[in-house]
Ligand binder design. Sequence first.
Ligand SMILES: Cc1cc2nc3c(=O)[nH]c(=O)nc-3n(C[C@H](O)[C@H](O)[C@H](O)COP(=O)(O)O)c2cc1C
Length: 422
Amino acid sequence: MGNSFGVHGWGQPWGGATARDWAQPDLQIEMARGLERACLDFLLLEDSSFVPDNYGGSPAFYLTRALRAPKNDPLPLAPLITQATTRLGVVPTISTSFYPPYLLARLKATLDLMSKGRIGCNFVTSTAARAAQNFGHEERIEHDLRYEMADEFVEVVSKLWSSWEEGAIVDDPEAGVFVDPEKVHAINFKGRFFASRGPLNTARPPQGRPVLVQAGGSPQGRHFASRHMDCVIAAVSTIEEMKEFRTDMRARLLAQGRAPDSCKVMFVCEPTLGETDAEAKDRYQRLLARRAASPEVTLALMGSLTDIDFAQFDLDAPVEALTTNGQQGTFRRFLAQGRTLREIANNYRYGFEDVVGTPDHVAGVMAEVMAEVGGDGFMFSGALTRRYVGEIVDGLVPALQRRGVVRKAYAFERFRDNLLEF
Ligand SMILES: Cc1cc2nc3c(=O)[nH]c(=O)nc-3n(C[C@H](O)[C@H](O)[C@H](O)COP(=O)(O)O)c2cc1C
């Protein structure tokens, strides 16, 4: 869920009251119930912590359109969602550049204990200078250094999660022992960026550690994923890119001494559905026409990921060489889409969008693409409305189930077991 606890559907067709009620958790809770009805693996909750002001040098473009702000912190949504569901995994995003590792390890352990093993963690390194400034850094943190910090961050939080051995809680009133002190250990971690003594003052998470997820597409991001992650999300739009991503990830996992299947590779997918193929194509054309009418919105969003003010450039002039300290994998793909900014904005696809038609047609394409790419599945994304959620969970997923390519029932209680099963 992009823009997870932010404003959805404002001024958009089928938005209903979602924008008016943006600060309430109902949309996300209803959505989670729908995803669970469809037996999907997890709901990923995106996050960022700044008001962008990259377009035209002011926050006005973003604030007037409710782009990326206001946005509530999505972490309080997690226990509401796990209370309203029984099997769905929930993956809130946290920044390895700003969260103190001990706080994060304790928070996620608490959520995993509360949900009986259904919490994940999407690690992002946070790319925006404004976010860094909100946390007291004068300068943004350099791209590759952010990933070195992220690596050490995951090392220290993993040690904290393991600071209580399995079976540490014995709960034996006759022996007068609730916790076996022999099974709780200090970690005495002192690294380059972080230090923590430990142990955690809450218990071991039921999954040992939450399901670890990340979505960085640069070589440094992929390396980070190959060392630690249970799942990596790739925002690419063609079958060739999917193949390249998966082949590269599997080689990196092998190089780390890990089984290639121990880390799921999923691709961002944004289908357009209709009752007939013609209706779906018409809807998609209208979506593209809306985008073409306002390339500034695409450029402002890309500006907020790259800290580049695209308002300073002529939309129809050839793009000069641009570099970013922000999201590099995303930006490289963006620039490859055309010669001018207007062309790039019109051609840019964040994920796999080339899936347009009836639920049965789209299910067929998705199954064929996965058969060809050999990936582990897709992560649905797109403008969030109740209608879109209904189309996916009550239209598309049943069509995928009829083809036998997704589950019809969860096999396990815990998130990681379900994720690795299918
Ligand atoms: C599906 C998906 C979800 C992401 N969620 C977030 C997020 O919640 N917060 C964030 O700051 N970045 C998010 N990102 C950005 C990535 O963490 C990463 O910075 C980006 O893909 C660029 O990769 P690179 O940093 O390796 O160059 C997301 C990316 C993708 C593809």
